[in-house]
Ligand binder design. Structure first.
Ligand code: C2E
Ligand code: MG
Ligand code: MG
Length: 711
């Protein structure tokens, strides 16, 4: 949830901004003074990001205010734009309550608006200066004969001291005199400027229309003429000049001479061009960013389609190896993508984080250019990437969309790309998937379900059921497994299999998992209060993504603390795959939790890597044998004899490693009997109780149902 930023956060950001500006201006200004100027601007910025920066005038006003406060050089603006790109989210990101993607879009919009305001203000300020110069010069020149002497002196003063360039031109259009400012703008001696036609002085070339306007002015048909022209200076720089020529007439209305006022807009224009670039490109990789990509997408004709590329598991890579290595990896990936695309004029953009997109136009020769590029992208990433002394394998999932299948509206294309990307991820990653409109409806529902999870959380649409876990040989309730359900307003009650995999793919599992933990701990605390001397454990499922999250340990300990639940009343269920492979981070997290007293179980054991020796080295306490090993070959019939052997072997091996074994999916008394013989430690299944509401679970403890077996 967004909250008001704390005073300390805004102050920190203000201080960083002031420091950045202090280095950008000379003569130096005191940081404290700069901070005073910036404080109200930071408030405006925060307001702008929290509303909609794309439509907010507030951000533009901030850019204008900078110029008014005399931060007028390109460096001031550059520093500001850079700081907005990094510092704002670092200092205030949390309080803004946005996900990464929103943040990237909002910050880019904010940078654009600030830059726009800045250059508008700068331009209008320069032109204002020109205006005053011109007014003063004309007033002095037009003064009547009686005041000629004083006004002559005043004119000279304006002429000599103006920061704008001034030229005095005779009635034939030849330059009589220029002031020092104009000579400096053109990088020429005053002498080299005089005697030339004014047209040659102010422009490399004067187009026909401007020539006609100048002729009209000299013929007395108009009194003023303004134009903006390009002029190459003596040292070869390309200048952009704003020129106004005004006629000064005598008492009979005949032209006496002309005054030309010239303002150098070059820096302003260069700045605008630079800003245009900066606001539309990604700082890290130099690629076009989302803003430019969307502009191109809207403007492109003959679009064949796009490839939406997302690196697999990049988040855990970043968390594990640090952002610095993550950044270098992104740069290396960008290089590979450039090789794929550059030669053919395919546009690549970075949409943020580890997401890239290739925009592909038809070329009339290759009927399926889009898929072709998806293939080539996968190939380009196949060789490991070397960073320093280490090599890393990077794979990507790619959503392929053809305009023939999804139409050409940018939002439809992006949606279709996202749907096919999610499919590529779900089908095992490191692959591309093409958008198929026939499958669209079902996938769109999935996609919508996945994106609706945060809203559903805020609307309290999730509930937990609790399934009893019992000890063996005598089945005594020892705790409950918390199992999440979604009371969907349109689709009814959804089981976890419908949305947990989607939540994992999108990362929403982290927030959902946190909620489950908090609820389950709170419920366990109620049981703790109500049944002091019956130890009731609550068991919570944890997805691999959650375990990789840097804040995982803190989340668990935080939930225990918030509920006031002793750690030994909580068990976490992890899957084998979550703890297999590169486990250094997972191992550290699990060890810390185990040391705090939390019990750890491996869920669905037997369906994954099944490396018992490896599990024995982890701080795990219990294996939960997957229910597929207990289910009968036919309903009511005997179980698979091979499965019986696996269960027997697993139990004895686990015991030799000091692990407890729980059996899942126990439905018949015969299964209980078999498990007893094998010294299985505990069990769970419909025989002892299906998942039920917290109230039902509470009643079950109250009745202390001790034995349901037939023995
Ligand atoms: P699981 O952790 O293996 O949970 C046990 C599942 O087996 C539950 O399905 C339960 O209803 C079902 N079950 C229990 N006893 C029996 C039985 O005797 N026979 C049969 N046929 N089935 C039985 P459910 O509730 O649909 O949960 C499915 C899976 O969803 C869970 O499998 C778990 O992996 C996942 N899940 C549920 N809640 C959460 C959660 O809060 N977080 C995460 N990450 N995953 C969750
Ligand atoms: Mg489980
Ligand atoms: Mg299970």
């Amino acid at each position: 949830m967004p909250r008001q930023p704390l005073a300390a956060e805004t102050r920190r950001f203000t201080r960083r901004w002031a420091a950045a500006l202090a280095e950008a201006v000379s003569p130096a200004r005191k940081p404290a003074d700069i901070e005073r100027v910036l404080t109200p601007l930071v408030d405006d910025l925060v307001r702008a990001v929290r509303t909609d920066p794309l439509t907010s005038d507030a951000a533009r006003d901030v850019g204008m205010a900078l110029v008014e406060a005399n931060f007028r050089n390109a460096r001031s603006l550059n520093r500001t734009i850079t700081l907005l790109g990094t510092g704002l989210i670092e200092e205030l990101g949390e309080s803004l309550g946005m996900d990464d993607e929103q943040a990237v879009v909002s910050v880019a919009a904010l940078q654009g608006a600030v830059a726009e305001g800045f250059s508008l203000a700068l331009r209008s300020r320069m032109l204002r200066e020109r205006h005053t110069t011109q007014a003063a010069a004309l007033a002095a020149a037009r003064a009547s004969e009686s005041r000629r002497r004083t006004s002559e002196a005043r004119f000279r003063a304006v002429f000599a001291e103006a920061s704008a360039g001034i030229a005095i031109v005779d009635r034939h259009g030849m330059v009589i005199e220029v002031n020092a400012a104009l000579a400096e703008i053109l990088d020429r001696d005053d002498d080299a400027c005089t005697g030339l036609p004014i047209a040659d002085l102010i422009a490399d070339e004067l187009p026909a229309k401007a020539r006609a306007n100048l002729a009209g002015l000299l013929a007395g048909k108009t009194s003023r003429f303004r134009t903006e022209r390009t002029r190459t200076s003596a040292d070869g720089r390309s200048l952009r000049l704003d020129v106004t020529l005004s006629a000064v007439t005598d008492d009979d209305g005949e032209i006496d001479f002309l005054i030309g006022v010239v303002v150098d807009l070059s820096e302003c224009r260069a700045l605008e061009a630079q800003l245009w670039h900066e606001v539309r490109h990604d700082e890290l990789t130099g690629l076009p960013n989302r803003k430019l990509f969307l502009e191109r997408l809207a403007a492109t004709e003959r679009l064949a389609g796009l490839c939406y590329v997302d690196l697999d598991g990049f988040k855990s890579f970043n968390d594990g190896l640090g952002h610095d290595t993550g950044d270098r990896l992104l740069i290396a990936v960008t290089e590979r993508l450039r090789q794929v695309a550059n030669a053919d004029g395919v546009v690549i953009a970075r949409l943020g984080g580890d997401e890239f997109v290739l925009l592909i136009e038809e070329d009339g020769t290759d009927a399926d250019r889009v898929t072709h590029y998806a293939e080539r992208t996968l190939d380009a990433l196949a060789a490991p990437i070397r960073i320093g002394d280490d090599e890393y394998s990077v794979t990507a999932s790619i959503g392929v969309v053809h305009t023939s299948a999804a139409g050409t509206s940018p939002s439809e294309l992006m949606r279709a790309a996202d749907i096919s990307l999610q499919r590529a991820k779900a089908l095992g990653r490191a692959r591309w998937e093409r958008y198929d409109p026939d499958r669209g409806a079902e996938e769109a529902t999935k996609h919508e379900l996945a994106t609706a999870i945060p809203l559903a959380l805020s609307r309290d649409e999730f509930v937990l059921d609790y399934q009893p876990m019992v000890t063996l040989p005598d089945p005594v309730v020892s705790g409950f497994e918390a199992l999440v359900r979604w009371r969907h307003p349109q689709l009814g009650l959804l089981g976890p299999d419908r949305f947990i995999p989607l939540a994992e793919q999108t990362g929403h599992i982290v927030a959902l998992g946190r909620w489950v933990l908090e609820q389950a701990c709170a419920q366990a605390r109620r049981w703790y209060d109500e049944f002091r001397d019956v130890p009731v454990v609550v068991s919570v499922n944890v997805a691999a993504t959650q375990l990789r999250e840097a804040s995982f340990v803190a989340d668990v300990l935080g939930a225990l603390h918030a509920a006031g639940l002793p750690a030994d009343r909580l068990q976490l269920e992890l899957t084998e795959s979550a703890v297999a492979g590169d486990t250094s981070h997972a191992l550290a997290a699990l060890s810390e939790l185990a040391a705090a007293g939390v019990s750890l179980a491996i869920d669905d054991f037997g369906t994954g890597y099944s490396n018992l020796a490896h599990l024995g080295r982890l701080p795990v306490h219990t294996l939960k044998i997957d229910r597929s090993f207990l289910s009968p070959i036919r309903p009511g019939g005997p179980t698979d004899p091979a499965h019986d052997k696996i269960v027997a072997a697993t139990i004895s091996l686990a015991h030799s490693l000091g692990l407890d074994v729980a059996a899942e999916g126990v439905e018949t008394p015969a299964q209980v009997e078999a498990l007893r013989v094998l010294h299985c430690d505990s069990a769970q299944g419909f025989l002892f109780g299906a998942p039920a509401s917290a109230d039902d679970a509470t009643m079950l403890i109250a009745h202390r149902i001790a034995a349901l077996d037939s023995a």
